[in-house]
Design a protein around this ligand. Structure first.
Ligand code: DGT
Ligand code: MG
Ligand code: MG
Ligand code: MG
Ligand code: MG
Length: 269
């Protein structure tokens, strides 16, 4: 077919193919969730409904899109790591970023009511996205460690802050003042001596965030089959191996996690 005279406009499209042999990380983050969490009465500092909804959306992203090896989430953000060797959409950055963010956003709205049973969704939430390439496994591990360390630092701060406000009777300004310049040890000490809370016993999901990985799961199902020589259908148990996205709330900064799941960083990834 002859080309129209308008065809040349295609040449204005920029090539955004990302480098080969690099891990492709897409991180999304809720837009103005400071306001969103207030308006939807999220529990402070951690709302289980909100965190579980985030993870449900991330699981959906991993199942619907191709080549995601691992994801990590905390607060209003999630990072998705695409395999080094992925050829999905010819490694076009905009395809990776937009598919992740739109699949996640529509899932957030779609699954909202399953998690927020008594809280209506008041307005459409949005998420931003960015894409970063990491050439070595160490770079990727350091990226994920950075996000998990961020989770720890924020969660420790927020846990003490809201204790001082909710149980200690301080105003937010006073609590901020009280925590200025304190180190992690000081915050642990305030929690322990004033509120009888051992920070290490706080839920792992709050302290470590959520890691999503693929795991083989053996499922036993009962199937009805009809044997050729018999009249009636018979129920038999069959074991199927399925690959599922599984949430973990564990440390990913140390080596133990990576030794336990070597397939995540395997060379053919
Ligand atoms: P942004 O990302 O620049 O558009 O602005 P924000 O407001 O989303 O800022 P960000 O992403 O740095 O901080 C996340 C906000 O979300 C922060 O204000 C706390 C809130 N948030 C996230 N998870 C929870 C939760 O479980 N409970 C409550 N109460 N707030 C949460
Ligand atoms: Mg921000
Ligand atoms: Mg945000
Ligand atoms: Mg955030
Ligand atoms: Mg199309």
């Amino acid at each position: 077919m002859a080309k129209s005279k308008f065809e040349y406009v295609r040449d204005f499209e920029a090539d955004d193919t990302v480098l080969p042999n690099c891990w492709i990380v897409v991180r999304l983050d809720g837009r103005n969730f400071h306001r969103f969490s207030e308006q939807h009465e999220f529990k402070k500092p951690n709302d289980d409904r909100a965190l579980h909804l985030m993870t449900k959306c991330a699981q959906t992203v991993m199942q619907e899109l191709e080549d995601i090896a691992i994801a990590y989430g905390q607060s209003d953000e999630y990072s998705f790591v695409f395999k080094k060797k992925s050829r999905w959409f010819k490694r076009r950055a905009s395809k990776f970023m937009t598919h992740v963010v739109s699949q996640f956003s529509s899932s957030y709205v779609f699954y909202w009511k399953d998690y927020f049973k008594d809280q209506q969704l008041l307005y459409p939430p949005g998420f931003d996205g960015r894409i970063v390439l990491y050439p070595s496994n160490q770079n990727l591990k350091d990226y994920l460690s950075w996000r998990q360390a961020d989770c720890h630092i924020n969660n420790l701060y927020n846990t003490v802050f809201w204790m001082l406000v909710q149980r200690g009777g301080l105003t937010p300004v006073q609590a901020q003042e009280r925590l200025r310049g304190t180190l992690a040890g000081d915050k642990n000490e305030i929690l322990f001596s004033e509120f009888n809370i051992n920070y290490n016993n706080e839920p792992l999901m709050y302290r470590k965030g959520t890691v999503l990985i693929w795991q083989k799961i053996n499922e036993v199902i009962t199937k009805k089959i009809k044997l050729p020589k018999e009249e009636e259908e018979k129920e038999v148990e069959v074991t199927r191996t399925k690959t599922k996205v599984v949430p973990l709330h564990c440390d990913i900064i140390g080596d133990q996690f990576w030794e336990e799941y070597p397939e995540i960083l395997a060379e053919d990834s």
